[in-house]
Design a protein around this ligand. Structure first.
Ligand SMILES: [Zn+2]
Length: 175
């Protein structure tokens, strides 16, 4: 179901709330509003010295078993989008990265707990730090490998935002 179908009650007082347009609820009891803004995440094209990028196989839903990039939601106290990359790539594959530069962003749908949630993915380019341990799998990642981006089969990637960002990255390389 959509987020508009899932959220029906005021978060502040619990009264039945009214949907206003597509983008927010308004409470007839306390007057407060709640906006359906997208969650935000960071994902990265992490390059090894050969210029190959780090690709993972997702071990968690949504899109479990599909390919993806190291990525995650911005945590409540992450100071920057770049810091989300540093934290997530360490948590998911145990690697240290450097030289994080912005690439692009894409809206997508993140299905979670039966609700299709709006999500804004930001994409970054970075390099493996010389001091990094080798990438390894984790609870969230069932496979990890490096690949030439031009050889990747886009149909194996779960999120449409990642497929779009791979095209952005190839354009970036061709500039
Ligand atoms: Zn209320």
């Amino acid at each position: 179901m959509t987020i508009q179908e899932a959220y029906k009650f005021c978060l502040y007082c619990g009264s039945k709330a009214n949907l206003v347009g597509e983008d927010h609820l308004e409470c007839p009891n306390c007057g407060k509003k709640f906006f359906f803004s997208p969650s935000v995440g960071s994902a990265c094209f992490c390059r090894n010295p050969k210029g190959e990028i780090l690709v993972i196989e997702r071990n968690i839903e949504p899109h479990k078993g599909t390919l993806g990039l190291p990525a995650g939601f911005v945590d409540i106290n992450d100071p920057t989008l770049e810091s989300t990359i540093v934290r997530e790539i360490m948590e998911e594959v145990g690697c240290k990265v450097k030289n994080i530069k912005y690439l692009s962003s894409h809206h997508t749908i993140y299905p979670f707990a039966g609700v299709d949630r709006p999500h804004m993915s930001t994409f970054w380019v970075c390099e493996l730090d010389e001091e990094t341990p080798e990438p390894k799998t984790s609870s969230e990642v069932s496979k990890v490998f490096f690949a030439d981006v031009k050889t990747l089969d886009l149909s194996k990637f779960g999120f449409d935002s990642t497929r779009m960002a791979i095209k952005d990255y190839i354009d970036f390389l061709n500039k």
